[in-house]
Design a binder for this molecule. Structure first.
Ligand code: ADP
Ligand code: MG
Length: 321
């Protein structure tokens, strides 16, 4: 029977890069380059709430880190390392091996080694908590409160596939194997836009990653920046798999769908060329979808320029009654 320490050694201990103290001591240590700030963020993922109990463990390991790297991306921070808290209801080594494989592969791809954590037995469900650390030159982080009237609103990648996959798996939409096959990777294997976040430093005025739906997440930028925005629905980059969808589910997916992990950012209209070059250098696709207005409020216009009514709400763990 493997002990807690055997498990940590087998699945969560990897050689730390030079200059870092990784798994094995009471704390991990990493240097902070002069003139830089540490960016840190944590996300808690619970079985049944953030993932289906039968999800592929390799995908889950990937996603647990991806959602955190996405927060670093949204700040324009370069990953340094991460720590992992695990509450495990049972000892299932094949499951742990696959989880660790997905986790470490993404960590290696982004230079974000696992440098510590905690492992305990859970009386009930599986819980996963990941904390990331990154670095950003002092004062250069992409914050939510910098949007200016006249800025363009941009989104990276495409929207809506994760929402459709989630609703198919959850039984909210009738079974549709081809549609699930075309959308599932977006839900289970999100790709954090770290390179794009770095490339947008000095260009974007504000940024956020899309975890709870475009309207809700852009709403956070607007609230922090004391501004409003107008979006053009026809300009939203719908995932190609959504081509056959009816108007209502399409609108729900594009405007309210969560789990996107692309960036929404604003930048001065005068810097459009810089945005496009930065995105190209980062290997990302970006689409201009609207503009920031001086007065509060968020509207979405149809192709005729009329505001859409009944906009979908994004995800909220504690919705008001
Ligand atoms: P402590 O009792 O000091 O909290 P632990 O016995 O919990 O230490 O952990 C031993 C070492 O293993 C520590 O360096 C800790 O950071 C690391 N560790 C424990 N669980 C994990 C995990 N799930 N992933 C990565 N490192 C872990
Ligand atoms: Mg501990």
């Amino acid at each position: 029977m493997a002990s807690e320490f055997d498990l940590i050694a087998r699945y969560f201990t990897r050689a730390a890069p030079d200059g870092l103290l990784g798994v094995g001591d009471d704390c991990a240590l990493f240097p902070v380059p002069a003139g830089e700030q540490v960016a840190t963020s944590t996300d808690l993922l619970l079985e049944g709430r953030h993932f289906f109990p039968d999800v592929d463990p390799k995908a889950l390991g990937h996603k647990a880190l991806a959602v955190n790297l996405s927060d670093l991306a949204a700040m324009g921070a370069r990953p340094i390392g991460c720590v992992l808290g695990l509450a495990l209801p049972r000892l299932d080594e094949p499951w742990l091996a696959a989880f660790a494989e997905g986790f470490h592969a993404l960590a290696a791809a982004h230079g974000c080694p696992l440098i510590g954590g905690d492992t305990t037995r859970s009386a009930h469900d599986l819980a996963i908590s990941v904390t990331v650390f990154g670095a950003v030159p002092a004062g250069q982080a992409l914050r939510r409160d910098g949007a200016q009237a006249g800025d363009d609103v941009w989104v990276s990648g495409d929207l809506g596939a994760a929402d459709v996959a989630y609703r198919l798996l959850d039984g909210q939409y009738p079974a549709n194997a081809p549609l699930l096959a075309a959308t599932r990777a977006a839900l289970e294997w999100p790709q954090p836009q770290v390179a794009l976040g770095l490339a947008l430093r000095g260009i974007a005025n504000a940024a956020i990653d899309l975890s709870d739906g475009l309207l809700q997440d852009l709403g956070h930028i607007l609230a922090a920046s004391r501004a409003g925005a107008r979006l053009q629905f026809a300009d939203l980059p719908a995932a190609p798999a959504l081509a056959g969808l009816d108007a209502a589910p399409l609108r729900r997916a594009l405007l309210g769908g969560g789990d996107v992990y692309q960036l929404c950012f604003t930048a001065p209209a005068a810097r459009r060329d810089a945005v496009v070059s930065a995105a190209a250098a980062a290997g990302a696709r970006v689409t201009r979808v609207g503009e920031i207005l001086p007065q509060a409020g968020l509207s979405v216009l149809d192709a005729q320029g009329r505001p859409l009514a009944d906009l979908p709400a994004g995800f909220d763990h504690f919705p008001a009654a």
